[in-house]
Structures are given as structure tokens and as C-alpha cells.
Design a protein around this ligand. Structure first.
Ligand SMILES: [Zn+2]
Length: 204
């Protein structure tokens, strides 16, 4: 009898722990992960640069501003750098600007892995094409996009790697630089729409 009672109490405690762990996990898992490409890296792929412009600085600025905007709209966001522990999310977006050996031979592009992400990517392309006036590369046109290292530890239902323009092209950086905030808000709006929000951005 006593043995049974102990077993019942023990089972109850175990079930309670499982329920609490599940609830805690649900609460702690963010809906959205925004990654600033190359952030925190001191060696390896530290990102493109051109004269005094550094890709990583732009990535951080855009990632921070997109995260801030999403939080303002009530969406839970986790901002991560290049290297992070394994993390789950509904939507993840990595921010980059491309660099090309031959200046102005590249532009904007998108990397992704699955069908749901492809549809999400198409919506982004439509939105950003209405603003960004330069060249687009084919989706997944480099291994950095198609086999992005972040896929290994950011586990999201939809994951886009965005190259928002070419930082090694003066014509593009001249246009991009004063518009980084608006671009960040476009990135945020495209994500917010995934959650049913009618997010709009004034184009400047
Ligand atoms: Zn990059």
C-alpha cells in the first residue's frame, strides 16, 4: 500500500515537471529570430568591407532596428549574432550585404532551404523589389546562401538569408546608406505579415 502511494506521488511529480517544462519552453521560445551576419566573429568569415564600410556594422544596425520594430508590434524576437546555441523559432531571418570581387556585379538575393521558406522569400522579393532599384541575383546563388551555416543551429519553420544589396558597389551604398532604417522596417513588416499583421512602412 505504502509502495503504491509512493509510486503515485512520484508519477504525479514527474507529470507536473513535464507540464512545467513544456510551458516554460513555450514561453521562452521566441516567435522570431533575427541574426546579424558575421556579428561577433573575429576570424573566419567576418563579412565584406569596402573602403571604410563594413558589412557587419550594417547587418547589426538593420537587425537591431528590425527587431525593435517587431517588438513594437508585439512580436517576440530573439536577436542573435553569428554564433549562437541551438534555438527554435517560427521564423528566422539572417541579415547580410553582399560583397563582389568585381564591384557592382552583384546586388540583392535570398537564400532558403524549404518550400514554406520559398513562398516567404517570394513575398520578400515582391516587397523589396518595389523599393530597391538594383540588380537581383538568383535565389540560393552561392553556397553561403544555399548551405548557410545558421541552418544548423537556428531551427525555424521558415528561414531566409537576406543579402540586402552590394556593399562593394559605390552606386548601391550611396543609395542604401540613408535608407537602412526603412529597409529594416521592410524586413520587419514582411515578417509581421507572417503573423497576420497588416504592417505597413512609409517608403522614404
Ligand atoms: Zn555576409
Amino acid at each position: 500500500m505504502i509502495k503504491n502511494k509512493t509510486a503515485v506521488i512520484l508519477s504525479f511529480v514527474i507529470i507536473l515537471l513535464i507540464v512545467l517544462a513544456t510551458l516554460w519552453h513555450k514561453k521562452s521560445a521566441p516567435l522570431v529570430v533575427i541574426q546579424a551576419g558575421h556579428e561577433g566573429r573575429t576570424k573566419g568569415n567576418t563579412g565584406s568591407s569596402y573602403s571604410r564600410l563594413k558589412e557587419v556594422d550594417w547587418n547589426i544596425y538593420v537587425a537591431n532596428e528590425a527587431a525593435r520594430k517587431l517588438r513594437e508590434w508585439g512580436i517576440s524576437v530573439k536577436r542573435v549574432g553569428a554564433d549562437t546555441k541551438v534555438i527554435k523559432a517560427k521564423v528566422a531571418v539572417a541579415i547580410h550585404f553582399d560583397g563582389a570581387p568585381k564591384p557592382c556585379s552583384s546586388g540583392a538575393s535570398i537564400g532558403y532551404q524549404n518550400k514554406d521558406s520559398k513562398e516567404f522569400a517570394n513575398r520578400w522579393k515582391k516587397l523589396y523589389k518595389s523599393y530597391y532599384p538594383f540588380k537581383w541575383q538568383k535565389d540560393n546563388f552561392t553556397e553561403n546562401l544555399s548551405k548557410y551555416y545558421g541552418y544548423n543551429y537556428i531551427k525555424a519553420d521558415k528561414f531566409l538569408v537576406l543579402e540586402l544589396g552590394e556593399i562593394t558597389c559605390k552606386k548601391q551604398t550611396k543609395w542604401l546608406k540613408p535608407r537602412l532604417k526603412t529597409i529594416a522596417h521592410l524586413v520587419a513588416a514582411n515578417i509581421a505579415r507572417e503573423f497576420g499583421l497588416d504592417a505597413r512602412v512609409k517608403l522614404k
